[in-house]
Design a protein around this ligand. Structure first.
Ligand code: ASP
Length: 379
């Protein structure tokens, strides 16, 4: 794949144009939202043909999906099966079994899937005790007239279909939660007086900015306890042009019970259109929801942007729309990370993150590999 070439030049130009052009002109451009134009991404936009991308924790998922599809498995079953490898992994504390729990110590999982040719989606939110929420989301899509089931209803649905209930806390996730409880309250999601002051522009009392994120790893909050974002997203197109998407997560650690992030929201954490392509996101879900992240990426690709350009355009908007002081660093840049992923119908692909350092998994031919995501800002 060629890297710093015309496409990269165009990607960089597109971002600058966005800042100054019709879209940028229509809004108050955040002074810090001028992206550091980098050798834009490593994320390539190059491949033609079957292509699957995922968050960096999805190397095995992509390999599994490609292998299953080669054997004739439906592409959506194939990626859901690939994602299940990560959901089952007790060492990935951002997804499925072993995912870090909410503030009450309960693991609540979110997932969504979408099938391009049918233009149908399925999703579950705040699902407890079932370690493969993406499989349940697939059944919501296939076996109901609905798109989204949450909480107790989602669990009852899963049990009726024969999914087994199990305790999703591992010894290590339980210990992490206990440690967090002991260190309440700077890392919790209740906005206290200090936090409310920060929204108004007074000193920041909120948790430390978790911007070291790649995808999946935990970062210590003020208490030294991991505060995790992290998710698996997988987007793909087959050689025959079948577009699919899937996202699965345990969400933000220590979240308020019942909190849904972007992952189960069709159009935010994932979205696909069989005529255009597929996209998804990992990272701070609240920010992704605010710009209809995955849907917006697909719209940008429809308008002619490459996958990397489309991801960068949405991140630029996200940065501009981040207005609360508690979410900005001392230079007015978002103090959180989001990584976005996209595959176009023709197999072109790309990824970009708010902050330099994210990588993503790519499967075209041969074993899946990690590539660097493009980025808006670097430290
Ligand atoms: N996007 C997920 C959420 O907000 C978390 C993540 O991807 O890190 O729930």
């Amino acid at each position: 794949m060629d890297t710093i070439d015309r496409r990269e030049f165009l990607a960089a130009g597109a971002v600058s144009a966005l800042a100054a052009g019709p879209l940028g002109a229509a809004v108050t451009q955040h002074p810090a939202a001028q992206p550091a134009v980098q050798p834009a991404g490593a994320g390539g936009d190059a491949h033609r043909g079957a292509c699957f991308v995922s968050s960096a924790n999805g190397l095995r998922a992509v390999d599994r999906a490609m292998e299953l599809m080669a054997g004739g498995t439906h592409p959506l079953d194939a990626i859901v099966d690939g994602v299940a490898i990560v959901e089952d992994d007790p060492h990935d504390n951002s997804v499925g079994f072993g995912g870090l729990p909410n503030e009450e110590g309960v693991v609540q999982l979110d997932a969504s899937v979408m099938d391009g040719p049918l233009h149908r989606a399925g999703s579950v939110g705040a699902l407890e005790n079932i370690k493969n929420p993406a499989r349940v989301a697939l059944q919501v899509m296939r076996r109901t007239d609905h798109v989204m089931l949450v909480g107790a209803g989602a669990l009852r649905f899963a049990l009726r279909l024969g999914f087994k209930e199990e305790d999703l806390l591992t010894e290590s996730s339980r210990r992490a939660w206990l440690k967090w409880r002991e260190n309440l309250s700077k890392d919790d999601d209740w906005l206290g007086d200090d936090d409310r002051d920060a929204i108004e522009g007074k000193p920041l009392g909120w948790r430390a900015a978790p911007i070291d994120i790649e995808s999946g790893p935990s970062v210590p909050g003020d208490s030294g306890v991991p505060h995790t974002t992290g998710t698996i997203h997988c987007s793909g197109v087959t050689g025959t042009g079948h577009v699919v998407a899937c996202t699965s997560t345990s969400g933000l650690s220590w979240k308020l019970p019942g909190r849904l992030g972007d992952s189960p929201i069709v159009g935010a954490g994932m979205y696909c259109d069989n005529g255009i392509g597929s996209a998804g996101a990992t990272g701070r879900g609240e920010a992704v929801i605010g710009v209809c992240g995955a849907f917006s990426i697909v719209q940008h690709m429809e308008a002619g942007k490459t996958p990397t350009e489309a991801c960068l355009a949405v991140l630029t908007r996200m940065a501009d729309r981040t207005r609360e002081k508690r979410l900005l660093d001392d230079r007015g840049r978002p103090n959180y990370n989001v990584t976005m992923y996209a595959v176009r119908k023709d197999g072109a692909y790309g990824s970009a993150a708010m902050w330099k350092g994210s990588r993503f998994a790519v499967g075209t031919s041969g074993p899946a590999r990690l590539e660097a995501s493009a980025w808006l800002y670097e430290k």
